[in-house]
Design a protein around this ligand. Structure first.
Ligand code: C2E
Ligand code: MG
Ligand code: MG
Ligand code: MG
Length: 286
C-alpha cells in the first residue's frame, strides 16, 4: 500500500542518511547495483495545452523498483544521489531512455511532442555536459527541439556565469530549459534577466492554493505576470481540480500538468495517447 511504501521509504532514508560517509558509500553501492540490474524505469506525464486542446509535451519521471524494498520514490533517492556523483549516471540513464523513446516515435506513426527531463543543476554545469548532450542527440538522430531540460533554481545561486554559457550552448542545440519548482528556491530573481531561460514551472505548492481564496491566487498571478513580462512560457504543475484549472486559465496560464489531466504513465500508454491525438486531428482537419 501507499502507506506501507511511505514507511519503507522513511526507513530507507534513515538507513542511508547521506551525512554519514560510510552510509553514503553503502547507498552508492545500492544505486550502482540498481543501475546494473535494470531496477530503474521511466514514466511519462502528459502536459495539456488548453488553447490548442491537446498534449503539448511530456515530463519523464524516474521510478525505482527494488526487489525487496518495493517502489522507492525519487523524492527519497534523488536528493541522496545528488550528494554523490551517481546522479550523473542516473541522469544519463534517463537521457538515453528518453532519446530511445523519441527515436522510436520518429520512426513510427506518432506525432512527437517534446520530452522534459529533470537534470541535477550540478551535473548540468559540470565539464562535458553539453558535449554529452550533443553527442547523444547525434547518436540517436533526434533534434534537440524534442528534448527539454528542467532544473531547479539552486544552481543559479553559485554558478550564474557558468549557467549562461552552458544554457546558451544547449539553446543552440534547440534544447529548451525550464525552471522547475519556481518560487521555492530562495534565490534572487536577478538570474531571470541574465539566463537564457524558456519556461517557468509554477510549483505545486502555489497551484494547490489556487482557487482557495483571493489570497491563494495571488502568487500564481504574480508568477504568470512575471513570465509574461519576461517573454517566458509558464506551466502550472500539480493541477488536481477543475477549480484550479479554471482559475489558472483566467489568470492567463494555459499550459497545465497534473493528476486532473493525466497521471504519469508507461511509454506504451503515452504512445497510444499520442497516436490517438494524431488520429483525431486528422479526422478534424482531413
Ligand atoms: P518534479 O520534477 O517537480 O516532478 C513533479 C512531481 O509531481 C512528480 O513526482 C509527479 O508525479 C508529481 N505530480 C504530478 N502531478 C501531480 C498532481 O497533480 N498532484 C501531486 N500531488 N503530484 C503530482 P515524482 O515522480 O515522485 O518526482 C518527484 C521529484 O523527484 C521530481 O519533482 C524531481 O525533482 C525528482 N525526479 C523525478 N524523476 C527524476 C529524474 O528522472 N531525474 C532527476 N534528477 N530527478 C527526478
Ligand atoms: Mg520536473
Ligand atoms: Mg516541480
Ligand atoms: Mg520537485
Amino acid at each position: 500500500s501507499a502507506k506501507q511504501n511511505g514507511r519503507d521509504n522513511a526507513r530507507f532514508y534513515e538507513a542511508y542518511m547521506a551525512e554519514d560517509v560510510a552510509n553514503l558509500f553503502q547507498f552508492e553501492q545500492v544505486i550502482k547495483e540498481a543501475l546494473l540490474k535494470d531496477q530503474f524505469s521511466l514514466v511519462y506525464q502528459p502536459q495539456y495545452d488548453h488553447q490548442r486542446q491537446g498534449i503539448f509535451g511530456l515530463e519523464a519521471l524516474i521510478r525505482w523498483h527494488h526487489p525487496e524494498r518495493g517502489n522507492i520514490s525519487p523524492a527519497e533517492f534523488i536528493p541522496m544521489a545528488e550528494e554523490s556523483n551517481l546522479i550523473c549516471q542516473i541522469d544519463e540513464f534517463v537521457i538515453e531512455e528518453v532519446l530511445k523513446c523519441l527515436k522510436e516515435w520518429q520512426n513510427a506513426d506518432v506525432d512527437i511532442v517534446p520530452i522534459a527531463v529533470n537534470i541535477s543543476g550540478r551535473h548540468m554545469v559540470s565539464v562535458g555536459f553539453v558535449d554529452y548532450i550533443e553527442q547523444k542527440l547525434t547518436e540517436y538522430n533526434v533534434s534537440g527541439r524534442w528534448l527539454k531540460i528542467e532544473i531547479t533554481e539552486g544552481v543559479f545561486i553559485h554558478d550564474v556565469s557558468q549557467c549562461v554559457d552552458i544554457m546558451s550552448a544547449l539553446n543552440a542545440l534547440g534544447v529548451e530549459i525550464s525552471v522547475d519548482d519556481f518560487g521555492t528556491g530562495y534565490s534572487s530573481l536577478n538570474y531571470l534577466k541574465t539566463l537564457p531561460l524558456d519556461i517557468l514551472k509554477i510549483d505545486q505548492s502555489f497551484v494547490r492554493e489556487c482557487g482557495d481564496s483571493a489570497e491563494g491566487d495571488k502568487i500564481c498571478e504574480a508568477i504568470i505576470q512575471l513570465a509574461n513580462n519576461l517573454d517566458l512560457q509558464v506551466i502550472a504543475e500539480g493541477v488536481e481540480t477543475e477549480l484550479q484549472a479554471t482559475v489558472l486559465q483566467q489568470l492567463g496560464c494555459h499550459l497545465h500538468q497534473g493528476y486532473y489531466y493525466f497521471m504519469p504513465e508507461t511509454k506504451e500508454s503515452v504512445s497510444d495517447r499520442l497516436r490517438q491525438q494524431t488520429h483525431n486531428k486528422a479526422l478534424k482537419h482531413g
